[in-house]
Design a protein around this ligand. Sequence first.
Ligand SMILES: [Zn+2]
Ligand SMILES: [Zn+2]
Length: 353
Amino acid sequence: MSDKMKAVVMRAPNQYGVEQVEIPVPGYKEVLVRVKAVAICGSDPKVFSGGYLSINWPPAFPFIPGHEFSGEVVALGEGVTEFKAGDRVAGEAHCGCGYCANCKAGHYNLCLNYGRTPLGHRHYGFTYQGAYAQYNAYNVKSLTLLPDNISFEEASLVDTAGTAYQAIRLTGVTPGGYSATFGPGPIGIFTMQIAKAMGSKTIMVGRRERLQSARKLGADHVVDYEGVKDVVAAVREVTGGIGADEVFECAGTQEAVLQSLRCAKKNGSVAFVALPATDEMMIPVKTMVMNQIAVHGSRANPNCSAKVLELMSRGKINAKDMITHQFALDDIHEAMKTFVNRIDGALKVVVKP
Ligand SMILES: [Zn+2]
Ligand SMILES: [Zn+2]
């Protein structure tokens, strides 16, 4: 094996391209993964454009983004007993330090040593070198073995599906009840699919091609917000006037925030999953008090990978049909353009290093 690899290296905001760089060497409890597929996340274009520099994503240049990946273990660092060469794995972005109070409680997405690389924390593709590369070294904590019937392409959607799973774990799902999702992007469609797998009747609020994709992927009811006068009334009507038991806000807009809280039933739950562009938004407090609405902020996907792989493996959720486009690593700009401009109905775009 040569000691060089291809990687998408970002040198400044909006300045990135494929370069030859050193292959990383796996350290203690790390394995070297040959990356087979990386899914473009909604956050990636904003990382590439420097939109998160204020929160140190990335902390310095040059930097290799990318965090929704799958691949094959090719070499083991010191102390690795969990994996062997040839293992097929899916990855996740968050790797906690492992010993802070939050990590010990299983909330490694909220590691108290966030960003402290020397203490073992990694947020791959954000604070630490990521997956738009032929190889990367990953801590064993960030990897999960793939079932045989899951392809690398499907497995690159584990991070996305896990983010949906986390929201559902926080709200719970009412079997035989109604769940509503705002925003038929990849995370929104996975919340709908998982809620449906758990016996919920699903309502998706969105528009255009993506709403059609949600319908094809199983949404029981769709509400086109461009086609109705009152979105809240339309969602409530589907539920017989009562409101949705659980609501997932995956759009991140002010309107969707207000509507999601207003279409939950009395004593219902709402999870905020989308990371909006601004911190301060209006919420309907009177409605929330009068209807006793429980609200959850939901971040990332701790301890979700094995669960969503099981759901995929058993055919309970469909990752395959969410992948609309695939590109080689060399075509990273074309891949980003296709994803950002939603060319040809692009939903999930996968890059193959
Ligand atoms: Zn992501
Ligand atoms: Zn920690």
